[in-house]
Design a protein around this ligand. Structure first.
Ligand code: SF4
Length: 366
């Protein structure tokens, strides 16, 4: 029997609504969520394909390294992870998450770390530093008179790009600036500026264009990280423009509200300091495998098989977004709840339960 269920797209930080088509308890496709206010009845290709992650490369059972990784029961996997964590000093324990966990998972993980006295915790912020000013709501993009875009949003975040095109159709002036050859965003803009460095671009920008009090001006910053990102924020923060930084993953903004943002260098430092690591959602082996060699014991919680899983000592199979209830906070700071639609495969369970059960095995009260 076919069933259609509303959910939030996990494929980028715009936070579009998407309908999952379920056949015999399996996600087989998607359909745009017509009345959802963010995507206004549309989904991009990434969003339409989002159901595929529910069916690919899934972890179905807890695993324990005994020579190779072997299937074990939950009791044994959790007991092993808990007794290993208890055998290390708090300062020797590290916990890292990714930007696509739910807000409820970050909250539980934060409580877990606080109760245990672990300070080496954070999420992989993909080099976007924490900020805490009020960002532009998505509706402002469409209603703007002037939009400056740094980076390419039409390719990476098409439904945000669609709002820029709607603004243009309404008479807005669009200026796009980006590094390489003309991007999709550049093609659709009134003026395209190819930049060599963000700082020289900012030095030459005519602030008057942005300071016209008669107009609603929005600056969208995408694809910048580290110092470039911070300098761009500083440059525009004192002006009256509305700023919209575009985050990398579907819940990076939620992660930023709850956990320390770790840049790649900070992640490296953390991995050098700790001896036992608990990874939730992230895949550090894919970007710093060398640094993981110092880790004596590696615990990974994820819904899919990745490089870090294959290096782990204990693997705890979690759930993909549509298999659990929770919330994501999109790049504009809007938090949206979603409900469990399908069961996780095999013996996988939801991630908040895993963290709580691990805490219980360690004698911690969350
Ligand atoms: S723009 Fe982003 S959130 Fe919206 S459908 Fe596409 S991938 Fe999903």
């Amino acid at each position: 029997m076919l069933k259609v269920a509303h959910t939030i797209c996990p494929s980028c930080s715009v936070g579009c609504g998407v309908n999952l088509i379920i056949k015999d308890q399996k996600a087989v496709g998607t359909y745009p969520y017509k009345r959802h206010p963010i995507n206004q009845g549309k989904n991009c290709k990434k969003g339409r394909d989002s159901y595929q992650i529910l069916n690919e490369n899934r972890l179905k059972d807890p695993l324990l390294r005994k020579g190779g990784l072997e299937q074990v029961n939950w009791e044994y996997a959790l007991e092993t992870a808990a007794s290993q964590l208890k055998s290390y000093e708090n300062r020797e324990i590290g916990i890292i998450a990714s930007g696509d966990c739910t807000n409820e998972e970050y909250e539980t993980l934060k409580k877990f770390a606080t109760t245990l006295g672990v300070e080496n915790i954070g999420y992989n912020a993909k080099n976007i530093p924490t900020f805490n000013f009020k960002t532009a709501p998505l509706d402002d993009v469409e209603n703007s008179d002037f939009i400056l875009i740094i980076g390419d949003i039409l390719k990476e975040n098409p439904l945000l790009g669609r709002r820029v095109i709607l603004a243009k159709e309404g008479g807005a002036e669009i200026i796009a600036a980006d590094y390489p050859e003309k991007t999709l965003t550049g093609i659709n803009s009134d003026e395209y500026i190819q930049i060599e460095s963000t700082s020289s671009f900012l030095d030459n920008i005519n602030r008057n264009v942005l300071e016209n009090p008669q107009q609603l001006s929005t600056v969208i910053i995408s694809g910048l990280s580290g110092e470039e990102f911070e300098n761009s924020l500083k440059f525009f923060q004192d002006s009256h423009v509305k700023l919209l930084p575009v985050m990398e993953e579907c819940n990076s903004r939620g992660a930023m509200n709850l956990l320390p943002a770790l840049s790649e260098d900070e992640l490296k430092d953390l991995l050098e300091k700790v001896k036992i690591l608990y990874v939730v959602g992230d895949d550090p082996a894919s970007y710093m495998e060398e640094s993981l060699k110092n880790i004596e014991f590696l615990i990974t919680q994820n819904f899919l098989v990745n490089e870090t899983v294959l290096m782990s000592d204990v693997v705890l199979p979690g759930s993909c977004w549509a298999e659990k209830t929770g919330s994501f906070t999109n790049t504009a700071g809007e938090t949206q709840n979603f409900e469990k639609i399908v069961e996780p495969p095999g013996n996988a369970i939801d991630d908040v339960t895993i963290i709580r059960e691990l805490a219980e095995k360690m004698g911690l009260e969350l």
